[in-house]
Design a protein. Structure first.
Lengths: 296, 115
């Protein structure tokens, strides 16, 4: 029997490792989603992380996750070098090789897949429910309102546009199925597509998988098979830092100058969703932000 | 350091911060101006509002309008779209004014940060 999908909701993947408590961060993000988007939330995780979630987030996990999907997918070894400001860095496993399987795992008819470090501080993303097919961001801006580095806007000098897998909306249309099937093919043949598209690095990145899939489905030209979400994805770089939070929406951050790491500007970031790439900074703000929510 | 240069650099830093804050406000305002209607995406800006109003004044009840993604969108009720556009425009500009005035009155980085 075919699986029944119902309604609309947000999915998060969260697989803990020895450095980052992903399920803890997912709990905070889910709380933001509940507050600003008012939709159901599904956590996709593994047995060990779920066990830890139940133990460490006793008071929250039932309230903020309506569904939990336990997976046992074999993850590729994928070590990412994380920064926490320019002055601290640490390696950690980045388990993302099954992200395309959200199409199977999501219980929803219309799904918004968010990374656990994408904080929804407005209802802006509620507009995606009106879209058909797949939607992602294809533009981004830093805390300094700069565009990302050239090789984060294009797949290196092959000149193919980069799409961000941080936020992905999809429905159950044939187009969405085609997209996720192709993503799975690109993921399985990553080395070949890396050679073909000439994108850099050893890290397995789903941004590259979705960009290649979109390029192929567009007929190898710049077209509109995938909907572009109507704004930029605002992001806090891993080398930026977070000084304090004035409320659930108003955060004081340090925007680092990537060319001159000793220079920063202060940034009062409010009323815009933001991709917090410095996960340790997000972890440090977890308690004050939860407190602000509790006081509402 | 020459005092004149030191003062200029301090002001430069202040200006860099305030310009970035203004851009953040503009980003928020741009988001508020986006209107989804009949499967199309429209920007609530004076030109769009004036065009839709012109069609209504010419007694068109429905029309096809090219949206921001350059797709032709059939609008079956122009008045409904006009209302949405005007609401989005006014709420965006109201928030713009409030936030802009906060920054305009700030005379230091500390006050911009709410310290």
């Amino acid at each position: 029997m075919d699986q029944q999908y119902e309604g609309k909701g947000v999915c998060f993947f969260a697989y803990n490792n020895e450095e980052i408590d992903y399920v803890k961060l997912a709990t905070l993000c889910a709380r933001y989603v509940k507050h600003f988007l008012n939709v159901e939330v599904c956590l996709i995780t593994d047995e060990g992380s779920y066990h830890w979630l139940k133990e460490s987030q006793k008071e929250y996990y039932k309230e903020f996750f309506d569904y939990v999907v336990i997976t046992d997918d074999q993850m590729k070894k994928n070590v990412r070098n994380h920064f926490d400001s320019p002055w601290t860095q640490f390696p950690a496993q980045f388990s993302n090789s099954n992200k395309h399987r959200v199409y199977e795992y999501s219980p929803f008819e219309q799904t918004l897949l968010l990374d656990i470090d994408y904080i929804v501080k407005t209802d802006f993303l509620n507009r995606v429910w009106e879209l058909e097919g797949v939607a992602m961001f294809d533009k981004a801006a830093s805390l300094r309102n700069d565009s990302p580095h050239f090789n984060e806007r294009y797949l290196y000098d092959a000149g193919v546009k980069m799409w961000w897998s941080t936020v992905i909306y999809f429905d159950r249309s044939n187009e969405s199925k085609l997209f996720f099937d192709l993503w799975s093919h690109v993921a399985e043949n990553y080395d070949f597509y890396q050679f073909l598209y000439n994108f850099p690095g050893k890290l397995f990145r789903t941004d590259y998988c979705v960009s290649v899939a979109t390029h192929i489905l567009n007929g190898m030209i710049d077209s509109d098979f995938v909907n572009s979400i109507d704004d930029k994805m605002y992001y806090m770089d891993q080398k930026d830092d977070w000084i304090e939070s004035h409320s659930i929406q108003e955060w004081i951050m340090l925007a680092n100058d990537l060319d001159k790491n000793w220079e920063n500007i202060l940034c009062n970031h409010r009323n815009l969703d933001v991709h917090v790439m410095n996960k340790r900074a997000l972890d440090r703000q977890w308690e004050p932000l939860m407190e602000y929510f509790n006081e509402l | 350091m020459d005092e004149r240069l030191q003062k200029a650099l301090e002001f430069s830093n202040y200006n860099l911060t305030i310009t970035n804050e203004k851009r953040n406000i503009k980003n928020r305002v741009n988001q508020l101006q986006i209107v989804h209607h009949s499967g199309g995406v429209f920007l609530a800006q004076p030109e769009t509002i004036a065009f839709v109003k012109a069609l209504i004044d010419l007694e068109y009840k429905e029309s096809i309008i090219i949206d921001t993604k350059e797709n032709p969108i059939r609008i079956s009720d122009l008045k409904e779209l006009l209302e949405k556009l005007v609401n989005a425009y006014t709420s965006a500009t109201q928030e713009f004014e409030v936030e802009y005035n906060k920054i305009r009155k700030s005379r230091s980085i500390k006050s911009i940060m709410g310290w």
